[in-house]
Design a protein around this ligand. Sequence first.
Ligand SMILES: Cc1cc2nc3c(=O)[nH]c(=O)nc-3n(C[C@H](O)[C@H](O)[C@H](O)COP(=O)(O)OP(=O)(O)OC[C@H]3O[C@@H](n4cnc5c(N)ncnc54)[C@H](O)[C@@H]3O)c2cc1C
Length: 368
Amino acid sequence: MPESLTSEHLQLRSSAATFATDVLLPRRDGGEQAVREIVELAKAAAFFTMTQPKAFGGSEATTLELSIVRDEIAAHNPPFLHAVFGPGPGVLGGVQEPLRTTHLTPLIAGEKKSAFGFTEPDEAPRATWGVLAGDELIVNGQKSYVTGGAQADFINTLVQIEDHGPALVVIDTNTPGVERVRDFSSLDGSTHAAFEFRDVHLSKTHIIGQPGEGLPRAMKQIGDTRLAIAAQCVGWMRWLLDYLTDHLNSPTRGGRKRGDREGVRLRYAELRIQAYAARSMLYRTARLADSGENIVNEGIACKVFASEAVGQIVDTAIQLVGGVALVDGHPLEMLYRQVRALRLAEGGSDVLRLNLAKGQLELQKGRI
Ligand SMILES: Cc1cc2nc3c(=O)[nH]c(=O)nc-3n(C[C@H](O)[C@H](O)[C@H](O)COP(=O)(O)OP(=O)(O)OC[C@H]3O[C@@H](n4cnc5c(N)ncnc54)[C@H](O)[C@@H]3O)c2cc1C
């Protein structure tokens, strides 16, 4: 599993397993120094450049190759997964000058950090908007949940441009009028910031593509990220089921195997069904993407299913292992917190379900 991988794919999977075992797992308590070492070793092992375009020295791996590596590495439940792959172009992919030189090139080289500003606070009277005036775009508004915002040199921001529609706009965080008003972290351990924009004057060249093109571009970036999340969830499911299998094969104090109880077996089987379905979906969708098909709806299906299934698996695993699994620092407790965030990040499950229904009912898109 998954079937029909070529010998090159199997070799890639085996290298990913070795990287997880030899590089990531031993550095669990290493902090920032460990992250720096992982980045260098990921470059040497050619994982780092898989997400980067050939024009920038990357290897531009296929969706299947990226899914194999993400699945395999997460199946070892190692720390610092985020350090394995280098920054990809994201919404700046294919951007023209001057943004190519001023933002895309330093982003790929690791010299500048970007963040994504999409979510608006509930209480905002108006979504972030911009007004075109000559060669300038003047932006006002706010974004409430910008991951990595405190470290970001620029934010790719969704802005409603008056008379044109939504556009993605590059906003440097040091531009006058940009204020980082709050830093916070979420239960998965990731850090975020809220921003306000007051009469931020930008060159019109900071609009990515044409005004009004914003949503399709944002959706492409979010679509790629959704499949990456699904691959990570699938790997974690494999780790969870291995962990649970060992637990169920171990004896209770009375000498009986924990997995001998029929009620436990029924729950265990259900989790295996979920993991099988999620992994099958992931590999089918990755192959569709690589054949050039539009996989927006299938990517949604994978992300919703995998993030919900891994949530159910870790939750049931905690229940079957018992209270010890809830002690701070237990691997199940840590994973529980990490996977919970994924049912909201990159689109809440129900909002994605609505998108999926719209895809078929209004646009006749999406497969079974
Ligand atoms: C770890 C993490 C990282 C994140 N990183 C970023 C980031 O970098 N950039 C960024 O912009 N955002 C980021 N977010 C925010 C995330 O994208 C949003 O939380 C998510 O899209 C939900 O939007 P919301 O929080 O505004 O909730 P809302 O849109 O208010 O939705 C809350 C709930 O209301 C219900 N609901 C909402 N609309 C509908 C509807 N039309 N029909 C039916 N039910 C509905 C759903 O149950 C939904 O889950 C991140 C979130 C997390 C958890």
